[in-house]
Write a protein that binds this ligand. Structure first.
Ligand code: DC
Length: 219
């Protein structure tokens, strides 16, 4: 594993991408880039305007937004215009509007340009929805990570419980199904498995097992 690889991981919400990608990046000594966090950052800034969320409102925050991701010590810190929003971008309010945000062309253009710049020097593991198909089509390793919708909802529910959010499993499953639909059916860069990506279904697998499989693909 001498060459610094570019690893692309795509998949639907709750497939465990960020958990396993962060662990794999740590083992490889690579930088982890969470592109979903960047769309969440735009959603967060939109909500800060305290106005009804319309496409126009979202687009109005894009030209001046400064989104920065720092990955250190196995953790990602996200800032928007210098404010640390790492926790704030994970609220149900942000999750609720982020698919609308991510469907807009000017938002994607700005984020994709940033993402390509971050991957320029290699040694990166980037996760999202369109990494293998659009952002980094020449990635060395392409993985499509998924799991059953029930298992993905269960995982998110556990995560939200730990953070103190009171949401039912049913609510979360509905939210995930709605996001799958929006992400897979949108016009620009929809979520789809790249032809040359390896499918990795994590249903019933432990985190360690998934990380091992990813490391195996990088060897
Ligand atoms: O992975 P996540 O749940 O944090 O992603 C948040 C949203 O951003 C998700 O609904 C889809 C969108 N997204 C995208 O369109 N393209 C990416 N590369 C990453 C995320």
């Amino acid at each position: 594993m001498n060459k610094k690889l570019v690893v692309a991981i795509d998949g639907p919400a709750g497939a465990g991408k960020s958990t396993v990608a962060q662990l794999a990046a740590k083992q490889l000594g690579y930088t982890y880039i969470d592109t979903g966090a960047m769309y969440r950052a735009v959603a967060w800034k939109t909500l800060q305007q305290h106005k009804p969320v319309t496409d126009e409102l979202i687009l109005s925050v894009v030209p001046d937004i400064d989104v920065d991701l720092r990955y250190a010590g196995g953790k990602t810190t996200v800032t928007v215009d210098g404010t640390d929003v790492t926790a704030a971008i994970r609220t149900p309010e942000v999750s609720h509007i982020v698919s609308q945000v991510a469907a807009l062309g000017p938002v994607r253009e700005k984020m994709v340009a940033l993402q390509r710049k971050m991957a320029e020097r290699g040694g990166v593991l980037m996760d999202g929805r369109d990494i293998a198909t659009n952002v980094l089509p020449n990635a060395d390793v392409k993985i499509y990570l998924t799991a059953s919708v029930e298992e993905r909802a269960q995982r998110r529910w556990k995560e939200m419980q730990e953070k103190g959010y009171d949401m039912t499993l049913e609510e979360l499953q509905k939210d995930i199904e709605a996001r799958d639909k929006a992400d897979m059916e949108r016009e620009i860069s929809p979520l789809v498995q790249a032809e040359d990506a390896t499918l990795l279904d994590t249903t019933g697998l432990s985190i360690d097992e998934v990380v091992e499989k990813i490391l195996g693909m990088c060897r």
